[in-house]
Write a protein that binds this ligand. Sequence first.
Ligand SMILES: C[S@@+](CC[C@H](N)C(=O)[O-])C[C@H]1O[C@@H](n2cnc3c(N)ncnc32)[C@H](O)[C@@H]1O
Length: 204
Amino acid sequence: MDAQFWNELYGGREQLWSGAPNGVLVTEVTGLPPGRALDVGCGEGGDALWLARRGWQVTAIDISSIALERAAAATGALTDRVTWSHTDLTSAPPPAGPFDLVSAQYFPLPHQPDHTALRGLLDAVAPGGTLLFAGHDPAEFPPDDEHGFHPDDFYQPADVAKLLDESWTVLVDETRPRTAPAPPGTHHTRDVVLRARRGSGSGS
Ligand SMILES: C[S@@+](CC[C@H](N)C(=O)[O-])C[C@H]1O[C@@H](n2cnc3c(N)ncnc32)[C@H](O)[C@@H]1O
């Protein structure tokens, strides 16, 4: 799942995703005061543009140049609010933060023994800021031996939760039905959602 893989996937269709923001993002972020946001694996930009329209200052990164070209083309009058960054998060650190929101939606981050990339994302969250990490329910994601894909090779929200120390407060850690139809060509019906705030104590 390198840049070539993703560019071939995006290049094979005029538009891969709906352009609408992910339901998990809308559910979990509506109500948070806007600040600086990092959208990790932003694809064609639906989430980043939704955030920008709500007053967030967004840095959106993706490994696919084709996805980023489409996202940039859809930016319109929001150019002052969004920075599109061509980054491979497995080999480069996230853009300089800190961010009030770090959102990773269906982002395929391969396990690393030292968790460097994942720890970089956690470190990018500002004190009091939010980490939102969502994925498809791995129970609905059988291994695909033909293409060498196995969901256990990638961080799931539960893996991320295990790496959060006492300086984090987990607010949501659950599997729940998707609010939108399954992405084209898939049959996903459930999301796994982790939302955590950097810092302890009460509040939402
Ligand atoms: C399943 S898509 C999700 C896109 C978007 N978040 C959404 O929900 O519509 C995963 C995205 O992560 C990007 N991606 C995969 N590996 C990456 C990496 N190592 N660094 C940055 N982006 C990556 C892909 O190009 C793709 O756009």
